[in-house]
Ligand binder design. Structure first.
Ligand code: GLN
Length: 488
């Protein structure tokens, strides 16, 4: 592709210099997406004509010396749960077949205002429930590094679209790791901002107290550009934080001098993780130490309850959020029904996949009379303890470093028959959602030819420090420059 593995800054320079047009960028992205479709199945809907027309408009703006922002004319793909007016959104579910959004999500409004070109929608696990992008009505997405393996999930499509060089940037959503884990498996950078940093208006809800939209890109600097474009207060999302958005790119000083990185004892236990992944993460931390950061051991003692608390809170909220898909208001409606009950029952039975049904059942159960205190309330109490763990740890460090996932991309089918093993693979990511803190995953080397991910977790609203440390690391290393399909 024209511009493949070029940074946003390089694309901007080429566009401004007239060495490249937005139209060429969009054509190349569409061609690459189409060429890879049979092999990887990453995109589920393209706005070919609209994207081409918008690119021509961006070229005209640039020629007139009036680009809307530094993202003007640059293509992006969105996870298929981010609404765009007049476009379908399926959340990879049969139940949303035929649904067309009547309005734009806030992030889409902001991307349009910035001049970015929305190329289309990328695949995901149904309603963002999963860690492998195998549970999708559009079929299984594959990892560009090895098509026999998962690209992670649930934002596997957007992560892999960046990794495969289709687009330089993408948006996903992260409820328990769905941006960071696919970023790790695909060898790209992915960030879950602080809960409330990016508006959830127009993001189809999975678990509203955990969901957050965030960027994918090839580098921390590119993520900084994209985050800045989408972040900020939105009165339409009552959980959106009225905090000013810093100039993230300006925060990338290249220095980690004076920073203290906490290493949580509970995240580096040999039994829980692939030894080579842990070694890659330790080597990345050593690199940051060599650059002037200090490290301290910290403890997050309630970590081992994180998965249980997450799968109780997330399923409880999902069972309530997904009640709106009743066959009447959105998408697909069962035909030939006897009465209203039959309409609900059949529309939902036919429309939802097995994993979604499992979660709706589990969530309904934990909210039901007699079980609420034992499960849901207890999980909320654990959530408070997890948040406290982070508060105490951040009293002694500026950020925390961990592996993103205990493993590299697993084989397709390896966990799909065993939901518990799939759930357990989220062990390092769910705590950040439960605590509401920001996290970023960045490539830190190859393990048996597959990318491993370093996760950095920060204080609430301190995305700037995470981006600065990630960028400083990338200035000293070249793991993020390695592309899928290239020899190590
Ligand atoms: N894998 C987790 C789940 O299935 C996280 C998903 C997400 O972040 N959307 O719930």
């Amino acid at each position: 592709m024209a511009g493949e593995s070029r940074s946003l800054a390089a694309l901007r320079r080429d566009l401004d210099a007239g060495a490249l047009s937005s139209r060429e960028l969009v054509d190349a992205a569409l061609a690459r997406g189409a060429a890879l479709h049979d092999r990887l199945r990453l995109m589920v809907g393209l706005r070919e004509e609209a994207a081409r027309a918008e690119a021509a408009e961006a070229d005209a703006r640039r020629a007139a010396g009036e680009p809307r922002s530094r993202l003007d004319g640059i293509p992006i793909v969105l996870k298929d749960n981010v609404l765009q007016q007049g476009e379908p959104s399926t959340c990879a579910s049969r139940i949303l077949e035929g649904f067309v959004s009547p309005y734009d999500s806030t992030v889409v409004e902001r991307l349009r205002a910035a001049g970015a070109i929305i190329l289309g929608r990328a695949n995901m696990d149904e309603f963002a429930m999963g860690s492998s992008t195998e549970h999708s009505v559009h079929g299984v997405s594959r990892n560009p590094w090895d098509p026999e393996r998962t690209c992670g999930g649930s934002s596997g499509g957007p992560a892999a679209a960046v990794a495969a060089g289709i687009v330089p940037m993408a948006l996903g959503s992260d409820t328990g790791g769905s941006i960071r884990q696919p970023a790790s498996f695909c060898g790209v950078v992915g960030m879950k901002p602080t809960y409330g940093r990016v508006s959830r208006w127009g993001l189809v809800a999975y678990a509203s107290s955990l969901d957050q939209i965030g960027p994918f890109a090839a580098s921390a600097e590119d993520c900084a550009w994209l985050l800045e474009a989408i972040a900020g207060h939105d009165p339409r999302d009552s959980t959106s934080l009225p905090a000013p958005v810093p100039d993230y790119a300006a925060a990338l000083s290249g220095s980690v001098e004076g920073l203290t990185i906490g290493l949580p004892r509970e995240y580096f236990v040999a039994e829980g993780a692939d030894a080579e992944v842990l070694a890659a993460v330790r080597a990345a931390v050593a690199e940051l130490e060599a650059a002037g950061a200090r490290t301290v051991e910290v403890s997050l003692p309630h970590t081992r309850y994180g998965i249980a608390a997450y799968y109780l809170v997330a399923t409880a909220e999902a069972s309530s959020n997904l009640a709106r898909f009743d066959g009447v208001r959105y998408g697909r409606r069962a035909e030939g029904v006897k009465d209203l009950d039959d309409l609900y029952r059949r529309s939902r039975s036919e429309g939802f996949g097995d994993e979604v049904k499992r979660r709706v059942l589990l969530g309904t159960y934990v909210l039901s009379a007699g079980y609420y205190d034992a499960y849901y309330k207890k999980a909320q109490q654990v959530r408070t303890l997890l948040r406290r763990d982070f508060d105490e740890a951040f009293a002694g460090c500026d950020l925390i470093a961990t592996p993103t996932s205990p493993e590299v991309a697993f084989r397709l089918g390896e966990k799909s028959a065993d939901p518990l093993s799939m759930y357990l693979s989220d062990v390092y990511t769910v705590s950040a959602n439960l605590a509401g803190i920001p996290g970023i995953s960045l490539p830190c080397g190859l393990v048996r030819g597959l990318p491993a991910g370093l996760q950095l977790l920060g204080r609430p609203l301190d995305e700037a420090t995470l981006l600065r440390v990630a960028d400083a690391y990338q200035r000293r290393t070249d793991h993020h420059l390695r592309r899928a399909g290239e020899p190590a």
